[in-house]
Design a protein around this ligand. Structure first.
Ligand SMILES: *Cc1c(COP(=O)(O)O)cnc(C)c1O
Length: 374
């Protein structure tokens, strides 16, 4: 280590770098505050149009968070008590939380060796009570969407894509978010396209779903004085839409740099096999690297070693959902989903974000090499 790399910090959060120059947005926010157009205003409509165009769906509906995007999509299908929704056990808690909040039963299945939903196991978990499939773009990596859609159409089930980590991800050149009936995206500060707090988007090409979702997010108000049904308050704020509109303009370079950073890491870490095992990269997939994950021998030691070097490596996540206290009522046990359990025990995540410098990436690589050389 040179003296310079000794003090190098490689932060996981890039927000201070991303928002170092905010005068432009602040001027727009000032104008918004003066106009009083806070809820479902012009910036929200504009953001929805741009977002739908970016993903390639007819419509987008801005909501309060990615979790709400999933929950409201389930509600738009009338899913609730007595229904089952299938997702994978190694996803982020919000996927399962959305199903539970909708009143349905969470049905977990295992992931495959790439960490995305195992389609064969998903099909085997379908029962007469299954009302929707919720595959997840995991870490920016798309599930096998052609296969998911084939199973869905065979069993006449709607697909709600959890694309919260998947802006720009694609399979066979077709974007995540355009496969299912609806898809939820998150604008959380640590997602690839982000805002200054919470925000989410549902995309769909169904006018029927769009109309339902617009009512669901806004008290069921069909007009100021008439309410079609009792519903929720989950709107994307105009202020967040302004921030989101700026970030959408950055989508291409953010995505390209993340992919390029991942390629650099892949090339270096592949040489450390079998101590490090990279997920299989499938040329049909466009992985947008929300997370850069791999299997590492002596994972916990490596994690500590890197953290000691100022590198904010993390684990996503150390306890799979079926083994969480929250899942106790569902009756799962250790051994139910071996791939998810193996991932929880051995994968780790390195920073891969668009604000990393070449020196920071080199520091991560040389630190990992040094750990395994010792
Ligand atoms: C972030 C995330 C969500 C939830 O998004 P929020 O905007 O934080 O509510 C849902 N599913 C997955 C897979 C996520 O990563």
């Amino acid at each position: 280590m040179t003296p310079a790399t000794k003090t190098l910090k490689v932060p996981y959060s890039y927000l201070p770098r991303q928002f170092a120059d905010i005068d432009g947005v602040l001027a727009e926010i000032k104008a918004l505050v003066q106009s009083g157009d806070f809820t479902l205003g012009k910036p929200v409509t504009e953001f929805e149009e741009k977002f739908a165009a970016l993903i390639g769906t007819k419509y987008a509906v801005g909501v309060g968070s990615g979790t709400d995007a999933l929950f409201l999509s389930l509600k738009a299908l009338g899913i609730g008590a007595g229904d089952e929704v299938i997702t994978m056990a190694n996803t982020f808690v919000a996927t399962a939380g959305a199903i539970e909040t909708a009143g349905a039963r969470i049905v977990f299945v295992d992931c495959d060796e790439k960490g995305v939903i195992d389609c064969g196991k998903m099909e085997a978990a379908i029962t007469p009570r299954t009302k929707a499939l919720m595959p997840v773009v995991w870490g920016g990596q798309p599930p096998d969407m052609p296969r998911v859609m084939e199973i869905a159409s065979k069993h006449k089930l709607p697909v709600i894509e959890d694309s919260c980590q998947g802006i720009g991800a694609a399979f066979d050149g077709r974007n995540c978010g355009t496969w299912g009936l609806m898809a939820g995206f998150s604008l959380h500060p640590l997602k690839n396209i982000n805002v200054w707090g919470d925000g989410g988007v549902i995309v769909t090409s169904s006018a029927e779903m769009r109309d339902k979702l617009r009512l669901l997010r806004n008290h069921g108000m069909s007009s100021r004085d008439e309410y079609a049904f009792y519903a929720y308050n989950s709107r994307l704020d105009s202020l967040q839409a302004l921030v989101g509109l700026r970030e959408i303009q950055n989508f291409r370079w953010i995505t390209d740099i993340r992919i390029a950073n991942a390629k650099t890491l892949d090339a270096a870490l592949a040489k450390l096999a079998p101590k490090i095992r990279l997920p299989k990269r499938d040329p049909r997939e466009t992985h947008v690297y929300h997370l850069y994950q791999f299997h590492a021998q002596r994972r916990d030691e490596l994690l500590k070693f890197l953290q000691g070097r100022g590198i904010e490596a993390k684990v996503h996540y150390p306890i799979p959902l079926h083994l969480q206290p929250a899942s106790r009522p569902l009756g799962y046990k250790k051994g139910d989903f071996l791939m998810a359990e193996a991932d929880a025990a051995a994968t780790m995540t390195l920073p891969v974000h668009q604000h990393l410098t070449k020196e920071e990436i080199a520091h991560m690589i040389s630190s990992i090499e040094e750990f395994y050389a010792a």
